[in-house]
Design a protein. Structure first.
Lengths: 193, 644
């Protein structure tokens, strides 16, 4: 079985945007891999004019939020560095169990790499109020443009996921008759080199 | 809908069923996110019963209704999809073309769009059905513009060669096909929410505003292809075809990426429309009109009074049948600046969409409050009853204009201590205050008991009031002048001692009685020794309510203005010589015949026109009055009636 890898387009996000962006991307991927019976749930992003879909699994939602929290902590500890989240799907292969070992082999059949470049805000110079006011105005406009660009990039990433899911179907294992996500998965956080 | 497990066991039957459900599910997913009023995202009865989570649409909440679980995607039934699928249940070979149509209402069309739960079908042919929601009917077929913003094409391309039924391989095919279609449907479900048209759908579903556009759909098996130009403006997204044993299933979409411009067009909030109905009614013109003009001369704080006029008028209209119904374009214009001039929107005509999909929006009262920033401004309605003294049209005019300014913040000034800030008074007290002011002026002059309460309201100074009433009765120009003078007078309150000016709202019962029996003797505004004023003019400080009641009684007993005007003119002539000729109008006014004055006043009132007064003119008039007063004092003019 082939292991397909999808490197998603890198996104430049601000600290407060991390949670929404990661939720959107992770849930979209998992919605396409939760191939058991699901009741889809539409979620409208607050920061962007984008609606993504969750598979309605509360446990899944909780796990994703935990991973996002870990990612945010890592970003805070290691600022100015590119970080990566990897969502991987695997099959469990039980090797021959012996008296001393009971190895469980994971056969990954798909990796999704989400690349985020978290921007750090320059500290606003402490000074007179009128000076800070002058700094804010052009920043607001630049932020608006940046936000629009990020929204377009995020939409591109979502379409990238959809296209990948459509183009590559053969490597997906057979779907058991269960609800929610029939395939085991893991989410890892790594640092981009 | 039969589940996959309940399907026929033969492989070809399974394949055929899977292909049929491909069309059905695809149609379901597309229409569910493009039909604003049949979408399961709406707040439907199912959601009511199942207490949905706020962030979910076709969510994981339990449902009392059967859900379509084909391809492991559990969705609520979509009536629009169910109505359109019959053809493709009969034959899988026909392509399914779903056009999502944007229906736009022109900007000039003020037609209200009301939502409808169900659409209607117009059968064009046996293989094509066009579905529009009833909102499109509201648009009007002649004025709406339709544009196909999305065209979805679902098609089964069959191959001649295929796998024979019954083989094990074909069994795998159906299973593989089913799994691949699961992935395809997931992608379709996510894609329809990422395309631009979804934003329009979401705005229509959730917005509490009246939009100038709506979404319709058309499901057919054949359509006229787009021209090259049309297709050049559109983008295409093609889902990877899914192979079957006998062909392949194709799904693609052509869509416009520029439809977002439509959603950014200004929409009409419902609340303002209802407010306009309330505010912009032309029936309350007289009050509005006069209040609009003087407002320019008044302090800014009095400006809202003008708005309040129409409201007050509406409130008191039933109780004031004598109100002059003449329209007041000036006031209407002033209202236009406040709220949009739109057609009336009765509450019943609020879009059903709102009632269905959005929380209840209480438009009238809150919006009314929104446009009426000063709900305590009520002097105008309170002032209106006094206006309707027969023959006192001029005074009526004055009174109306005056009432706006009952910005009688003047009342809060020294000398008018009997009346607290009028502008803060609820409806009835100002009314009483107004009447008490009338009573006060009547106490000074026999004229006032018969002249309109406007005269009384115009000035807090007995002198000024007298002069103003004199001027009002003598000339068609005077009333506005008087009013403006009084207005300006209010501004220049400091010129007078409090002792000379204890406010118009202090009423003495004795005074009122005496005034009622005396002929309209012209005021001796002059008089005034401070003690006299204190003792006589404002002997008693009564409550505002009592003062207003007394004033009302006075007005009821007051003889017609006609008589008073004649008397007033006589008095004016008597003191004419004392008046400095600062204004050329005054002598003319004084010399005019009572008939002319009356007719003028009548014409003035009937026409509802008030010449605008300037502050400078008012000041001049005020100075004239002062001089008249002083001259009369010097001459020792006897007061024809005793002001007790």
């Amino acid at each position: 079985m082939n292991c397909e890898v999808c490197q998603l387009k890198e996104l430049e996000v601000e600290h407060f945007e991390i949670r929404e962006v990661l939720r959107c991307i992770l849930h979209t991927i998992l919605f396409h891999r939760a191939l058991g019976l699901v009741r889809p749930k539409d979620v409208d992003l607050e920061l962007f004019e984008i609606t993504y879909v969750q598979c309605g699994d509360m446990e899944l939602e909780r796990k994703i939020d935990e991973k996002i929290d870990q990612f945010i902590d890592r970003v805070e500890k290691h600022p100015n560095k590119k970080n990566q989240i990897c969502l991987s799907f695997y099959e469990v292969k039980n090797k021959h169990a012996t008296w001393f070992t009971n190895k469980v082999e994971r056969l990954f059949w798909e990796h999704w790499y989400i690349n985020l470049n978290v921007m750090q805000h320059p500290k606003t110079p402490s000074g007179k109020s009128h000076h800070s006011k002058l700094v804010v105005d052009p920043g607001v406009e630049a932020r608006g443009a940046r936000r629009a660009a990020l929204e377009a990039s995020l939409r591109d990433v979502l379409f990238q996921i959809i296209k990948f899911v459509n183009e590559k179907k053969d490597h997906v294992p057979s779907i058991p008759n269960v609800e929610g996500i029939p395939f085991p998965y893991e989410i890892t956080i790594s640092r981009c080199t | 809908m039969a589940s996959y497990q309940e399907a026929s066991h033969s492989e070809p039957a399974k394949m055929e069923q899977i292909i049929t459900e491909f069309f059905a599910k695809g149609l379901h997913i597309i229409l569910e996110s493009r039909c604003p009023y049949v979408s399961s995202r709406n707040y439907s009865c199912e959601q009511v019963l199942s207490s949905p989570s706020p962030s979910s649409s076709s969510s994981s909440s339990s449902s009392f209704w059967p859900r379509d679980k084909w391809f492991n995607l559990s969705l609520r039934d979509c009536p629009a999809a169910l109505e359109n699928i019959d053809l493709w249940r009969q034959s899988n070979l026909e392509p399914m073309i779903i056009d999502v149509i944007l229906v736009q209402r022109p900007v000039n069309n003020d037609q209200i769009i009301s939502s409808s739960k169900s659409g209607h079908a117009r059968n064009f042919s046996g293989k094509e059905r066009v579905y529009y929601s009833s909102d499109n009917e509201e648009f009007g077929s002649d004025t709406k513009r339709e544009k196909i913003i999305e065209r979805w094409v679902l098609q089964y391309e069959s191959k001649r060669s295929g796998v024979s039924s019954g083989s094990k391989r074909s069994t795998c095919y159906s299973h593989i096909l089913f799994n691949k279609l699961i992935l395809l449907m997931r992608s379709l479900y996510a894609t329809v929410r990422l395309l631009p048209a979804y934003k329009l759908f979401r705005d229509l579903n959730s917005s509490a505003q009246i939009r100038r556009y709506n979404l319709g759909h058309r499901v057919s098996s054949f359509v006229e292809p787009f021209t090259r130009i049309e297709e050049a403006d559109m983008q295409r997204f093609v889902f990877t075809p899914v192979d079957t044993s006998c062909g392949r299933l194709c799904l693609s979409v052509l869509y416009h990426s520029s439809v977002l411009d439509v959603s950014s067009e200004p929409s009409t909030p419902i609340s303002p429309q209802v407010i306009q109905e309330y505010v912009g009614s032309p029936l309350a013109e007289p009050l509005r009109k006069f209040s609009s003009r003087p407002m320019s001369q008044m302090s800014p704080a009095s400006a809202p009074f003008g708005r309040r006029h129409s409201w007050g008028y509406d409130l008191y209209r039933a109780s004031s049948p004598l109100l002059n119904p003449s329209p007041s374009p000036t006031y209407s214009e002033s209202y236009a600046s406040v709220s949009k001039q739109r057609s009336r929107l009765p509450p019943a005509s609020l879009p059903r969409q709102l009632s269905e999909n959005t929380p209840a929006i209480h438009v009238k009262n809150p919006s009314f409050d929104e446009y009426w920033p000063s709900p305590t401004f009520t002097p105008s309605p309170s002032a209106s009853p006094p206006i309707y003294i027969p023959g006192s049209h001029v005074s009526n005019v004055l009174l109306r204009s005056e009432s706006a300014p009952v910005s009688i913040p003047i009342s809060s000034r020294a000398g008018i201590s009997s009346l607290p800030n009028n502008q803060m008074l609820p409806p009835s007290p100002p009314m009483k205050a107004t009447r008490s002011s009338v009573v006060k002026t009547d106490a000074r002059s026999g004229l006032y008991k018969t002249s309109s309460t406007a005269d009384k309201l115009l000035s807090f100074e007995k002198d000024e009031v007298g002069r103003m009433s004199r001027v009002e009765s003598s000339s068609n120009i005077s009333p506005p002048k008087s009013f403006s003078r009084s207005s300006s007078r209010f501004s220049y309150q400091d010129d007078y001692d409090d002792s000379e000016f204890s406010g118009p709202f202090v009423v003495d019962d004795d005074d009122m009685t005496d005034l009622g029996t005396r002929p309209g003797s012209f005021d001796q505004p002059g008089h005034p020794s401070g003690s006299r004023e204190k003792g006589s003019l404002f002997p008693v400080r009564k409550s505002q309510h009592a003062a207003v009641g007394t004033l009302v009684q006075m007005l009821k007993k007051a003889p017609s203005l006609h008589q008073d005007i004649s008397v007033t003119s006589n008095l004016l002539q008597g003191s004419k010589h004392e008046m400095p000729k600062n204004s050329n109008q005054d002598p003319d006014e004084i010399s005019s015949t009572p008939r002319e004055q009356q007719s003028t006043s009548v014409n003035f009132a009937s026409s509802g026109l008030v010449s605008p007064k300037t502050t400078a003119g008012a000041l001049e008039e005020l100075c004239e009055y002062k001089e008249m007063k002083n001259s009369m004092l010097k001459q020792g003019v006897e007061v024809p009636f005793h002001i007790a």
